[in-house]
Design a protein around this ligand. Structure first.
Ligand code: MV4
Length: 450
């Protein structure tokens, strides 16, 4: 087992990882930027190393500084959390070359799944259903037109180096495809340094449902039950739940079997998430695989009664997976509490938290690095807390969430709490009858019984 783990991250996820390490008796090293001197991850770790200025390019993304911090403190493993370097193949490779275990997949796996067109090809080849479209990248406007004609409009152009919705274009008719191809390709080039695009059928009003997988070094791969992440705004997830209100035991088995098939075919090691779109006929299609622990992992933990970070650490240390998946027990939601003003287009609202009170009681979990008088720096993402609630069923979990939000107090900054309270009063949400367009329509029917 590892003696000491360096956490190459900040915020709630750094704290989340430190907590599990403590429970496993593993020492922890935090790295922090000048702006995070008073952050809880800095305070709660056994040791903390300042790795640079506020700008994350010069701190949380600076590979040499992080490797040096691991070497001077004698850390034998690095947990990257999510974001920052979590899906950086070079970082995974440099860790290996430095004799430090990267808690996550190999550089090759990260590269293969990071190229979204290649990932889709790989999954298709092992029999995982994918959205109809190009085989790999589309090389020209002419090729895009040809494929679009075959599969029918509307279609979507996506950046091979994108993911999570970045660099996507819907094309409704052939006359728009040339312009869309050129602008999307230019955008992808300037955003990711790679102009490559692929094309697929546009699935109208899908649900975003993902399967948590975990592989060990002995070739065992298991899947836990799904998370429904359909409530998103501009590709930022806001609410996740497990199980999904639309997934039957049969669909769960089919999506789980497909996920195992895909993950086994690539010899997947560690925690991963296979993302699918589910259409209104409940057909499911692979879209992407994420090779990291995700923000929304707690909903899976709550209904499976297990610690996914612990599992990640154990498999990285060479142990077999011991906590096998079970039938989901009850229902869990996660609500992302961001320092944003929902009344002004979710604009960032950093600053000092003047008063903070977290909810508690049975079935309520708050993962957060915030505290009374904490100053939220403007340099990083705006997630300040996750409220996770568990209930015996969906209805119970919803009433518990409402009760928890009544207790939740954050003063001094704007947060997404009022938005979540509005959603919890919405009839469509309460019935589980929502899709991609849900948030956009919320403003129109927010009269509670809408
Ligand atoms: C799509 C799509 C429709 N058709 N792909 C991919 C990443 C995710 N953040 C958004 N993605 C989408 N990919 C095809 N072929 C629609 C979306 C999409 C979406 C999907 C699920 C839930 C919310 C969404 C919001 C906007 C776009």
């Amino acid at each position: 087992m590892f003696n000491k783990i360096l956490i190459a991250n900040r915020g709630e996820i750094a704290l989340r990882i430190i907590r599990t390490c403590k429970e496993l008796g593993i020492k922890t090293v935090a790295v922090y930027s000048v702006a995070d001197k008073d952050s809880l991850h800095t305070v709660f770790a056994d040791e903390a190393v300042c790795i640079g200025p506020a700008n994350s390019k010069e701190s949380y993304l600076k590979i040499p500084s992080i490797i040096s911090a691991a070497q001077v403190t004698g850390a034998d493993a690095i947990h990257p959390g999510y974001g920052f370097l979590a899906e950086n193949a070079d970082f995974s490779e440099i860790c290996a070359e430095s004799n430090i275990k990267f808690i996550g997949p190999s550089p090759d796996m990260i590269r293969k799944m990071g190229d979204k067109a290649l990932a889709k090809e790989t999954m298709k080849a092992c029999g995982v259903p994918v959205v109809p479209g190009s085989d790999g990248a589309v090389k020209s406007v002419a090729e895009a037109k040809k494929i679009a004609l075959e599969i029918g409009y509307p279609v979507m152009l996506k950046a091979s180096a994108g993911g999570g919705g970045k660099g996507m274009r819907i094309v409704w008719e052939e006359k728009y495809i040339e312009n869309a191809f050129k602008t999307a390709s230019n955008e992808a080039d300037s955003a990711f340094g790679n102009p490559e695009l692929y094309l697929e059928k546009y699935i109208e009003n899908p649900r975003h449902i993902e399967i948590q997988v975990m592989g060990d070094q002995f070739g065992n791969v298991y899947h836990y039950n799904e998370r429904d992440c359909t409530v998103q705004r501009r590709h930022q997830k806001l609410i996740e739940e497990s199980p999904s209100p639309v997934v039957s035991p049969e669909l769960r088995k089919a999506m789980g079997d497909a996920s195992i098939k895909g993950a086994k075919a690539v010899n997947y090691e560690g925690a991963g998430t296979i993302e699918y779109l589910v259409d209104k006929h409940l057909n499911f299609y692979f879209i992407e695989m994420n090779t990291r622990i995700q923000v929304e992992h707690p909903v899976t933990e709550m209904v499976n009664n297990l610690d996914l970070i612990k599992q990640q650490i154990l498999v990285a240390a060479g142990q077999k997976i011991a906590d096998l998946p079970k039938e989901p027990n009850g229902h869990a939601f996660e609500f992302r509490i961001n320092a944003e003003d929902p009344d002004f287009n979710f604009r960032p609202s950093p600053g000092k938290i003047e008063y903070l009170h977290f909810p508690g009681g049975f079935g309520v979990r708050v993962d957060s690095h915030a505290y009374n008088d904490y100053v939220i720096p403007p340099y990083y993402d705006s997630l300040i807390a996750k409220l996770i609630v568990w209930g015996t069923d969906r209805e119970h979990a919803i009433s518990r969430a409402k009760r928890a939000f009544e207790e939740f107090q954050i003063e001094g900054i704007k947060t997404t709490i009022p938005f979540h309270q509005l959603v919890l009063e919405n009839n469509k949400f309460v019935k589980g009858d929502y899709d991609t367009s849900f948030i956009d329509h919320l403003a129109l029917n927010n009269n509670s019984r809408g």
